[in-house]
Design a protein around this ligand. Structure first.
Ligand code: WT7
Length: 645
């Protein structure tokens, strides 16, 4: 049955979905075990995380689990020594995983490469050796500016293996944005590709690196390693630029993993910057691997036969934790795809699922919404019966999208897990497990060992049924270890400053009568219309319940009477025209959906919305154009033409 199209978007969502009995029987964590984990974690959180740490290999164990003497600068597993790559690769080649597929790659033209754990181990060793030969050592920063290619994964792991710190920059960023990111992290070396395939075209990448390195960066970057992907004419600067194939050809011996302190940096990563200027978050080897390994195993119920596909680009935290480190720690097979989701047509994702027999499919609501517009005939073209678990991350999914994904991709049988986390949290924080009861659009509750609350402006827990600010009340192992840069310390402190001892996530959330959590969007994405707080997500979900609406973005604009009023930017589904009649109909629809409080002052029909490279709608860009306010840093914007507009 199709969703009714009526009130689907407020937290009055009453539908509950239960897992199939068979799934509960086979789950790695059954309901009794989950209860036991929760009880243990509540009663003895450090003991809980210590057990999680014991599942991994260490050169030396910790003196204690957590040092909180200098809070909020927490130190997890002080005294311990490890290397995350040892746990991702070396550990597995001693077991039956040695000859199992670690990585499947599909290029946009349909070419494919596969690596067993042993093969990946060897490639990583060779590139790790090459990096050392190029003079990169422990603590040095390496920028990886690459499309999704196996070499991007190899480069990440090779850096980590020798104790260098990788900083990925999404290959869609401009030279200007790349330059500022290279500078932010003082990189010594850049790994890139000559080009790659996207939407049937070859996108040249190396010239962008050259442009980024003109002036400014010349002092810090002394080498560039270029992967030969697109086989296009490429200018190579003598003494600075090296082909990947040439530098690894010389390396034959194994490159031993560097022994790292648990708290030593593993990577730096810019936050997506939906709200303010991006900050450079750092994560470490020890706590990060413990948190990511435990939560990925719990949430996705990893089985030896899984093929795990997370569609995120490597350049986001999701790419780090859910494409590379999490799946490899878990010893599963991770899949990456180079190209555009609609190339050559709107069934490409489903084609890949059936081609490789993907069992776990983890993606972003924005991608589902885009694919929804093309209709269910595309997934129907393929056998999706291997899928057993679905997941989403990145923004509120909303009941409409949830139900479409659940029905048309998950056959109404696969648990759909909406996972809430951030660049700063490193690991999944709030999420159902496959055995959990699900409500479409809810992230359900915090994972065992994670303590969250919803608080009012004074920091008091709000009663059930009310909204407030989402906070994390206890430290967690994969938490960011710092913010890099001159005022990094102050930026880090700021996240813990508003409510001492609590991490302010910057999101607005609601807890319903059953204790289920509903993320309503970023705190700054909340409108206050005549004293009523309305999340942009809530308004946008209500819009999407209308058959004409494919995508909606809502911003607050000043209003003489109400203080603030809502303005909507709408992308229509095919077959609908942006007429005045439709605008009035949508305004009436919103009133019906959410009540008179949701009065929409104006509606603007559009073909595109400004988005971050990771697909999040940049409402502040829409807003700045309406109000003339400064939009702030725009380097994370996906379409640079928007910057000029
Ligand atoms: C922000 C973090 C973690 C990987 C992707 C984004 C939003 C994240 C959800 C979700 C509603 C979500 C939040 C959060 N977000 N997951 N399941 N439901 N909103 O990482 O770029 O650091 O962004 O993404 O607003 O604060 P990020």
């Amino acid at each position: 049955m199709e969703p009714s199209g009526t009130l689907d978007s407020l937290a009055q969502e009453l539908r509950v979905f239960r897992p199939l009995p068979q799934l509960v029987v086979e789950a790695n964590v059954n309901p009794q075990e989950l209860t036991a984990y929760r009880r243990q974690a509540e009663h003895d959180p450090l003991g809980y995380w210590e057990e999680a740490a014991d599942e991994l290999d260490w050169y030396k164990k910790w003196d204690r689990v957590l040092d909180d003497s200098n809070a909020p600068f927490y130190r997890w597993f002080p005294g311990a020594r490890c290397n995350i790559v040892y746990n991702c690769l070396d550990r597995h080649i001693e077991t039956a995983n040695k000859n199992k597929l670690a990585l499947i790659w599909e290029g946009e033209p349909g070419d494919s490469r596969k690596f067993t754990y042993y093969e990946l181990y060897r490639e990583v060793n060779r590139f790790a050796g090459a990096l050392r030969t190029l003079g990169v050592g422990k603590g040095d920063r390496v920028v990886i500016y690459m499309p999704p290619l196996p070499e991007a994964v190899i480069a990440m792991l090779a850096c980590a293996r020798i104790g260098a710190v990788h900083a990925l920059v999404f290959a869609g960023f401009s030279a200007k944005a790349l330059r500022s990111r290279i500078r932010d992290v003082d990189a010594r070396l850049v790994v890139t590709a000559d080009g790659f395939y996207r939407n049937g075209q070859i996108i040249k990448l190396k010239p962008i690196v050259d442009e980024a390195l003109v002036g400014g960066c010349a002092d810090c970057v002394d080498s560039v390693v270029v992967v030969h992907r697109a086989k296009v004419e490429t200018d190579m600067q003598e003494g600075r630029d090296f082909w990947y194939d040439d530098v690894v050809r010389r390396e034959r011996r194994e490159a031993p993993a560097e022994v790292m302190e648990a708290g030593d940096p593993l990577f730096l990563l810019h936050t997506s910057g939906t709200t303010g200027a991006p900050k450079v978050v750092s994560h470490c080897h020890g706590g990060y691997m413990v948190g990511v390994n435990r939560t990925l195993n719990h949430v996705f119920d990893i089985k030896p036969t899984d093929i795990f596909w997370c569609t995120a680009d490597l350049g986001w935290i999701t790419g780090h934790s859910a494409v590379v480190y999490g799946p490899l720690l878990a010893g599963t097979t991770t899949l990456i795809y180079e190209g555009h989701p609609n190339y050559p047509q709107a069934d490409r994702m489903w084609h890949i699922v059936s081609k490789y027999g993907v069992t776990i499919f983890y993606t972003a609501p924005t991608l589902i919404r885009m694919l929804m517009r093309f209709g269910p005939q595309y997934p129907r073209m393929h056998d999706l019966s291997t899928l057993r678990i679905l997941g989403t991350v990145g923004e509120p999914i909303g009941p409409e999208t949830w139900l479409w994904f659940y029905r048309h991709i998950g056959r109404g049988e696969c648990p759909l897990l909406d996972t809430w986390w951030q660049t700063e949290t490193g690991m999944f924080m709030i999420s159902p497990l496959p055995i959990s009861l699900l409500k479409p659009g809810s992230v359900t509750r915090a994972l065992p060992g994670v303590a969250v609350d919803v608080v009012d402006r004074e920091g008091n827990s709000v009663p059930e049924g009310k909204g407030g600010l989402l906070v994390v009340t206890k430290p967690w192992p994969a938490m960011m270890t710092g913010v890099y840069g001159e005022d990094g310390e102050a930026q880090y402190r700021q996240a813990f400053a508003r409510f001492p001892g609590k991490y302010l996530a910057g999101d607005v959330a609601k807890r319903d009568e059953d204790g289920f959590l509903w993320i309503q969007g970023r705190a700054d994405d909340v409108l206050n219309i005549a004293g009523h707080r309305l999340g942009t997500a809530e308004l946008e979900n209500a819009f999407r319940a209308h058959p004409a609406v494919a995508e909606a973005a809502v911003i607050g604009v000043p209003d003489k009477i109400k203080g603030e009023a809502a303005k909507a930017f709408i992308i229509l589904n095919p077959g609908f025209a942006g007429t005045v009649e439709l605008m009035v109909e949508l305004q009436n629809h919103m009133r019906k959906e959410l009540g008179p409080v949701a009065a929409i002052k104006s509606v603007e029909f559009r073909d595109e919305l400004p988005r971050t490279k990771s697909g999040k709608i940049l409402r502040r860009v829409l807003k700045s154009r309406e109000t003339g306010e400064d939009p702030g840093d725009l380097s994370m914007l996906d379409d640079e033409s928007e910057q000029a507009g």
